[in-house]
Design a protein around this ligand. Structure first.
Ligand code: LMR
Length: 328
């Protein structure tokens, strides 16, 4: 890219005994892949404001949106090397290193956002956060974007037959790759920052994403058919380098934790609102919207059922059971 990557790890933390209040001055470099005007982009900005205000400017958060520093392929490694201290990848992307997180990609697992929040604030959330530790990652929390919809280039996806011989962009994730295959499409894992380029090369026909991502990256201009399918959720693990977290004082940890709680509560509201507002904007532009029929939805569910069996056969049965206990 056009940005040179600064060697951040050496300058990230130093102590200044002259300072009042917090006795450490810290810079947290926080990289993410979406635009600023999205649920994740806005929540990251809000988190930055809260942390800086509560620490009296002693803790500084530098944001790098739009994949300007790192993309889907290298941001987790960058975090593990402490080249940045925070990232917020989707559950799907985390699942490559921490397979338990793949459970959140199971199609039709959740019916509404409230259920997602309830599940993630239960023991399920604790289990998922603990699973990060073996990768040297500290889980600060969860942010939501919303439900994924299907978006297509030449014709709307309305039945399973419409996926036949279509190339479908997915995030790199085992569950999502298998989902695309079960639907009848050919999966193509593409890093988020490359999606517009593969669309313009006509290398994909269909993708799944949230309305706010579709709007903020202008996918709707080339792929004008959106099917409201709500077949899966898209949300984020907010992650910090474990050694960096461990190096912080109790007071700094407290400020970050409280700011994270406030930012996460705000995130839920803003995420819903942005997805609704962006739908209106795309409608005004002339994007075509369809809704998956009840009958067709039942067929998609049946077709995708093998994903649940697959997940249960692995060692993650407990986590799926724990989610189901929260939902029923
Ligand atoms: C995607 O790759 O489609 C999303 O993960 C982008 C994001 O971070 O919301």
């Amino acid at each position: 890219g056009i940005f040179t990557i600064p060697n951040l790890s050496k300058q990230t933390i130093y102590r200044d005994s002259e300072q009042q209040g917090l006795d450490e001055q810290i810079t947290i470099h926080f990289s993410h892949v979406v635009a600023e005007n999205t649920p994740k982009g806005r929540t990251a900005l809000y988190f930055k404001e809260l942390v800086e205000e509560k620490s009296g400017g002693q803790i500084h958060v530098e944001l790098y949106p739009n994949g300007m520093l790192y993309n889907d392929e290298n941001e987790i490694t960058a975090l593990q090397h402490n080249d940045v201290q925070m990232i917020a990848p989707t559950y799907s992307k985390i699942s490559n290193d921490v397979p338990e997180w793949g459970v959140l990609d199971l199609p039709f697992l959740f019916e509404n956002e409230t259920d997602v929040t309830r599940v993630l604030s239960s023991e399920v959330g604790d289990t998922l956060r603990q699973a990060l530790e073996k990768q040297g990652i500290h889980g600060l929390g969860f942010w939501q974007n919303g439900f994924k919809q299907m978006i297509a280039k030449d014709a709307p996806v309305q039945t399973l037959a419409d996926f036949k011989s279509k190339r479908m962009r997915t995030m790199a994730s085992n569950v999502l790759t298998m989902q695309a295959k079960l639907l009848g499409a050919t999966p193509q894992a593409v890093s988020f920052d490359e999606v517009n380029s593969v669309i313009s090369k006509e290398a994909i026909d269909v993708q799944e994403n949230t309305l706010s991502n579709i709007y903020s990256k202008s996918f709707y201009k080339e792929e004008p058919y959106i099917t409201r399918s709500n077949h899966g959720i898209l949300g984020y693990g907010v992650l910090m380098n474990q050694r960096f977290w461990d190096s912080l004082s109790t007071e700094s940890k407290g400020i970050i934790t409280v700011s994270m709680q406030e930012a996460s509560a705000w995130n839920e509201k803003i995420a819903r609102k942005m997805n609704v507002d962006d739908e209106q904007r795309m409608k005004a532009y002339g994007t075509h919207f369809y809704t998956l029929s009840t009958h067709e939805k039942a067929r998609w569910k049946r077709t995708l059922q093998p994903l649940y069996h697959e997940f249960q056969q692995k060692d993650y049965r407990d986590i799926l059971d724990a989610i189901e206990r929260q939902l029923h």
